[in-house]
Design a protein around this ligand. Structure first.
Ligand SMILES: Cc1cc2nc3c(=O)[nH]c(=O)nc-3n(C[C@H](O)[C@H](O)[C@H](O)COP(=O)(O)OP(=O)(O)OC[C@H]3O[C@@H](n4cnc5c(N)ncnc54)[C@H](O)[C@@H]3O)c2cc1C
Length: 350
């Protein structure tokens, strides 16, 4: 049973349609009741976290990007692609049917453009197209930007949203260009080939989404083209190790005396003054104190727990979500942040 409740962002949504996109991918369309519509407002590029039952552990949590666009789609939807031997993706594709209730966390994540009028380069492989489709539709309908998409797939039959992309390209000539890469015809994409393909568009902001191997290849192409890291935004697909639907794990409290900072935290219109042990991430401190801080992955990847350091010094154990520009603005991830000065002031204002 889920230990986080509706006021912590956990809800049950009814599946209103299941669409077979390819042999390996299904889109789940959800019905959001009117009273939850505010909670399910989202930005293109964000994802839902689904609770998937497991006989062994009770449940596992898996993130799925929204392929729908807040600018033109009435219903929210995610697309799930089977992974060989994957637990949740196969269970979802095999068993989820119209009318099922699925437990989900509210939309989350920081991937996606801040504004829709700038030109962007989007690079996706396989199911990495889901947030990319949401971004494309949002820019086309809600903005004035031009979009080039590099989209890699195994073969023609595995291309998710092939018709939708063709249709969008037809409707927005001159604004949208899709460069398909099929492994069946050209082998796996190499950094040198990607570099050649995207060179004319390399001055734009880059948004990369897909499995680790693809990200490495496109990252290497970006590096070769000397694209500043501040213009490269990534969403790496992987399974969560932790389970945000479970009760948060509390720290053991065996903190040596003297190894404690004091933190003032502004969150949800309240201010809390707390002791912050120097080796305990801020998010753990907040949850230990019963404060309803936002989080999903607790692994620095999703960006849900982003907050601002207003005063004092902190450091992160690791960071996969924030780019240099955001760090320069004082942003940090609560799940990774440790204190470096005796007093720190943090605000959840993002
Ligand atoms: C922000 C975000 C957005 C995402 N969006 C999407 C999306 O839109 N669509 C989509 O399809 N996916 C998406 N994903 C990926 C998704 O969350 C899952 O990771 C994916 O569905 C695989 O989950 P699974 O349970 O089927 O596979 P898992 O059971 O987690 O297995 C994944 C792979 O790892 C291997 N594996 C599992 N356990 C081990 C182990 N202990 N040791 C070695 N190998 C192991 C499996 O054999 C398999 O190949 C997203 C991920 C993130 C973080």
């Amino acid at each position: 049973m889920s230990e986080r409740s509706a006021d912590k962002g956990v809800h049950e949504l009814k599946v209103s349609a299941v669409v077979e996109e390819t042999a390996d991918a299904r889109t789940l369309v959800f019905e959001v009741p009117d009273e939850l519509s505010e909670r399910f407002r989202y930005r293109p590029g964000q994802f839902l976290t689904l609770r998937v039952p497991s006989a062994r552990t009770g449940s596992v949590a898996r993130c799925y990007s929204l392929c729908s666009s807040p600018h033109c789609d009435d219903r929210i939807a995610v697309t799930v692609k089977r992974i060989a031997d994957g637990y949740a993706s196969n269970l979802i594709c095999d068993t989820v049917a119209v009318g099922d209730l699925i437990t989900v966390l509210e939309p989350s994540g920081s991937f996606g453009p801040r504004e829709l009028d700038a030109d962007v380069l989007l690079c996706a492989a396989g199911s990495g197209i889901t947030p990319v489709l949401s971004i494309i539709k949002s820019i086309m309908v809600g903005g004035r930007g031009n979009v080039v998409v590099l989209y890699a797939n195994r073969d023609r039959r595995s291309v998710i949203f092939a018709d939708v992309l063709d249709d969008l390209t037809y409707r927005y000539p001159g604004r949208l260009q899709v460069l398909h890469w099929l492994e069946s015809e050209r082998g796996l994409p190499t950094a040198a080939a990607v570099e050649e393909l995207v060179r004319p568009h390399s001055g734009r902001d880059w948004f990369l989404c897909g499995p680790a191997g693809f990200m490495t290849v496109v990252g290497a192409a970006a590096h070769a083209l000397r694209v500043p890291t501040t213009r490269i935004h990534t969403e790496e697909y992987r399974s969560l190790q932790s389970n945000p639907f479970d009760k948060p794990i509390h720290t053991n409290g065996n903190t040596p005396l003297g190894d404690v900072a004091v933190v003032e935290v502004d969150i949800d219109g309240e201010t809390h003054i707390l002791k912050w042990p120097k080796h305990t991430p801020l998010l753990d401190v907040l949850l230990d104190n019963g404060i309803d801080a936002p989080y999903v992955c607790r692994e620095s990847a999703c960006g849900t727990c982003v907050c601002s350091v207003k005063q004092g010094r902190t450091r992160m154990r690791q960071n996969e979500a924030l780019i240099d520009d955001e760090l320069a603005l004082g942003l940090t991830l609560a799940c990774q942040t440790l204190p470096e000065s005796p007093r720190v002031h943090i605000a959840f204002d993002q």
